[in-house]
Write a protein that binds this ligand. Structure first.
Ligand code: G1P
Length: 300
């Protein structure tokens, strides 16, 4: 009998060195780079919280202490804000109080697959989400919620996909898959794929498609056995992609095509775009920023 388990846990890998964002990442975590006034990792946490996920396992490494402080209590700051009557800010810095945060240190940079394996004892046998914080999904989008719905329906792992131009396939895991059914709101066709195989960062000429894995996964606990079985893959790292390929021998893995806005905020230009577009969505900046952009465009 299938017993439905609520999806309550998310793993947020945050041990990477952030070399694409040097020099700022030399001593500060990439995940703490702010878009407006919130660090990248907070966008992922909030995306999960909107879906009822309240247990976070953050995989950290060297120079990542600021992440722990960010989600921790800070009573001296509360006191100062209280004295100044800044109650809205008190509310803001306490908005994650209902969630639990656990930290696991990945002592060696052995790759995304290894980072996820580090969380095995905390996840136990529950299904869980994985979010890569440098992939920012438009907060108005419901991608993760839709993936959870697909998981509930099929009880199978679900991976978010996005179509990318041919000259960008080498930056992603690329799938080989077939459409299984029409799915989703607004009658958008061909959104759900049955994955037949994945290749991590292939050359353009070797890519099986231009459907790229983006940083949102719903996984089941059997991925840990697969992660324990794989050998170092691309770049000498333990790749989640390789473990997913192993899993395919035993079960169906779905790909869900995302058509909304995603920003690669781990890339400097992607980060600039995310900053502008997410600022435009903030009511307090929207009007002024639009006017500023128009005046700037007129000067260019
Ligand atoms: C990781 C995964 C890759 C995926 C990408 C999405 O790569 O290994 O399969 O397409 O995230 O952002 P990374 O960007 O961490 O090198």
């Amino acid at each position: 009998m299938l017993v439905y388990v609520m999806l309550r846990k998310a793993i947020l890998p945050a041990a990477g060195m952030g070399t694409r964002f040097l020099p700022v990442t030399k001593a500060s975590p990439k995940e703490m780079i702010p878009i407006v006034d919130k660090p990248l990792i907070q966008y992922s946490v909030e995306e999960c919280e909107r879906c009822g996920i309240d247990e976070f396992i953050i995989i950290t490494g060297k120079n990542k202490r600021a992440i722990e402080d960010h989600f921790d209590q800070f009573s001296e700051l509360d006191e100062i804000l209280k004295q100044k009557g800044l109650n809205n800010l008190i509310e803001e810095i306490h908005r994650h109080d209902e969630s639990n945060f656990a930290y696991i240190r990945q002592s060696k940079p052995l790759g995304l697959g290894h980072a996820i394996l580090c969380a095995k004892a905390f996840v136990k046998d529950e299904p869980f989400a994985v979010l890569l914080s440098d992939d920012i999904i438009d907060p108005d989008d419901t991608l993760l919620m839709e993936m959870i719905e697909i998981y509930k329906k099929f009880r199978s792992p679900v991976i978010a996909l996005q179509e990318v131009p041919d000259d960008e396939v080498s930056k992603y895991g690329i799938i080989n898959g077939e459409t299984v059914m029409d799915f989703g709101a607004n009658n958008i066709p061909k959104q759900l794929y049955k994955i037949n195989g994945l290749v991590e960062k292939p050359k353009k000429e070797d890519a099986p498609s231009n459907l790229a894995v983006i940083g949102r996964y719903i996984l089941t606990a059997d991925i840990f056995d697969a992660l324990e079985s794989i050998k170092p893959g691309r770049g000498g790292e333990y790749q989640l992609t390789d473990a997913l390929n192993l899993l395919l021998a035993n079960r169906v893995v779905y790909g869900y095509l995302f058509k909304g806005s995603r920003y690669d905020a781990g890339d400097k230009f992607g980060f600039l775009k995310a900053t502008i577009e997410l600022s435009l969505k903030r009511p307090e900046f929207s009007k002024d920023l639009q006017m500023y952009i128009k005046s700037l465009a007129a000067r260019l």
